[in-house]
Design a protein. Sequence first.
Length: 255
Amino acid sequence: MTPNATRHDWVLHAYVDGELEPSERMLVESDLNDDHEARRSIEIWRRQNEAIGRVFAKVLHEQLPPAIRIALSARGRVMRRWYLPAAAAILALLTAAYALYSELGFSAAGAKAFAETALSAHVVYSTEVRHPVEVAAAEKDHLDAWLSKRLGHKIAAPDLSSRGFQLIGGRLLHADRKPAAQFMYEDAAKRRLTVYVAGNSSHRESSFRLEETSGYTTCYWLDEQSGYAVAAELAPDELLPLATFIYDALEKADG
């Protein structure tokens, strides 16, 4: 990114909200060609804006209840000094929080349960020495085809060799009585990483979420067809770049 264009988040927010002049938009769009992270942020903010619009579309056109109109009329001069700005700020925070949960595609409890399922599978199978997987990496084509058939859409184990992790293999798991998949990797230090894939019945998309517990970190997100979770006994700052790499690899495979 160049220092004068999209280096600051506020410029990207203004771009998403349509608040830039045409010349400024052209400069931002030129710089976006070389900044994948900025493009991802813009896409996430656009989804949040759309979610807010869907949630409050009807409310925005409703009349204020009579009790509120009377209160505003009677005490308007006093209240406007502090109440209305505070109320607007609170509403903005509540709206953003609701949009994040809507964007995720399921409740906060459901999101945590998804991450916990993926982490539990990681803890159970990553400690296996002789039988960590059902199908070994030597049969990757068969593994990908088998799991794709069971899940009902094409999936493939991403290649993490450039990041120091080699595929061990994978296995069939379950999520809410439906098929799910797990791919397992190992690095030179014998640290293992798993990618958990389950169906996304909501067909909504979400940005990354992180859960950290007992030395393990789980990074998970949704795309249109599937939910993904990457789990490992790594710190968040170690796992997040790997999860981002996996996300990009999956995006390229779908494209």
